[in-house]
Design a protein around this ligand. Structure first.
Ligand code: DLZ
Length: 171
């Protein structure tokens, strides 16, 4: 498996555009807080590292990962943001609750992205146990919050480029 091999959060900084003029919303779930706040730290520090201003990053906490979609929708409705990043951690238990939550968030964020035209980044750990979560929240496989931040910056830049291209072509 790919994740057995490496730190998945390593990336080429040269491929990441400046986030200086971008604004971000981050929705973070309180369930498994020790994990989700490690994701949050990685996410915020990466946005700032790439030029985002703290004033342009708005963080909202929701009770659990199931609430990430509603939190993202509320945040997007209140503030003009370039992208919304959702961070959570669902750990498999004895029942199938994890599958329902994970599918609901994946499909909810996909729909929000299409409806609003703005990037909604899926930063949800969908793991089998706590160790897998720790490995991906600053452990041996990196930090998915970092990856979510880089994805958000790149998607906002892609949108800006497309908008400018369309203006130039004159559509
Ligand atoms: C109920 C529940 C369970 C069992 N497990 C998790 C979890 O591992 N990670 C997580 O973020 N949230 C969990 N929740 C809470 C749900 O996401 C949600 O907050 C509640 O079902 C209320 O809608």
């Amino acid at each position: 498996m790919a994740s057995a091999l490496s730190n998945l959060s390593e990336y080429n900084e040269g491929n990441v555009p400046s986030a200086e003029k971008m604004s971000f919303g981050i929705v973070v779930a309180e369930w498994n807080r020790h994990i989700t706040h490690a994701l949050l730290d990685g996410c915020v520090s990466t946005l700032i590292h790439h030029g985002a201003s703290e004033d342009n990053i708005r963080v909202v906490q929701v009770p659990g990962s199931f609430e990430l979609t509603a939190g993202a929708a509320a945040l997007g409705a209140e503030l003009r943001l370039d992208a919304i990043i959702c961070l959570g951690c669902v750990i498999k238990g004895e029942t199938n609750h994890d599958e329902y939550i994970n599918h609901a968030v994946a499909s909810g964020l996909t729909q929000l992205g299409i409806q609003t035209g703005k990037p909604h980044v899926f930063g949800l750990l969908t793991v089998l146990n706590e160790l897998q979560a720790l490995d991906r929240a600053g452990g041996k496989h990196g930090n998915k919050g970092v990856e979510a931040a880089v994805t958000a910056i790149r998607m906002v830049a892609i949108r800006h480029t497309l908008r400018n291209d369309v203006r130039k072509i004159g559509f």
